[in-house]
Design a binder for this molecule. Sequence first.
Ligand SMILES: N[C@@H](CCC(=O)N[C@@H](CS)C(=O)NCC(=O)O)C(=O)O
Length: 212
Amino acid sequence: MLLIGMFDSPFVRRVAVTMKLLEIPFEHANWSVGRDFDRIREYNPLGRVPTLVIERGECLMESSAILDYLDELAGPERALLPPSGPERRQALKLMAMATGAAEKGVLQVYEGVFRPEEKRHDPWLARLRTQMNGSLSAIDRHVGERGTSQWMVGKRMTQADITAVCVFTFLNDTLKVAADRVMFQSLATLAARCESLPAFQDTHVPFFVPNS
Ligand SMILES: N[C@@H](CCC(=O)N[C@@H](CS)C(=O)NCC(=O)O)C(=O)O
């Protein structure tokens, strides 16, 4: 399998961490959405990452769909999303908040990267920050209420933990969302615990500015 996209993307990274945790071997195409746009479009018409090339050149896109395929490969015992019921609903809700926060963060980063300064609109950026911080606060509250030595859902690590941590680390690396060490303390504690594991360490890279 070939995983296309740089690990500085939280969407690519959650796929890479998952593949490592599930011990699914893959090759990595470390392509940038800026510099390698045309090359990525040969596999994904949207020019987006992650894209996962599986058997006979079939291309999977959209990280949630890729994770769904990986869980299917892993089988019900090892799958990282709970199979049904309240735990599945809770995990999906936490993941939706985390990926939503990541999307709002990516838009803020792209304002700086792709849009000239005179065309930036401050109220729009403020709205993105409100949405991102609202989601992170809700996730942080959830982690705090469960206790930071627990996992976010159930008794073992699930895709909710992987996704929330990849997103939190990305937003911290790019936008310094917890720079003053006051915000999101519970989430930061969970992230520190996960980031010490090999699957996370192997995939943590500095942010690469697209087009640079
Ligand atoms: N919903 C998508 C989001 C993926 C995404 O936004 N990827 C970014 C990199 S972080 C990207 O490819 N950006 C280039 C673009 O959309 O033009 C997913 O979960 O796969």
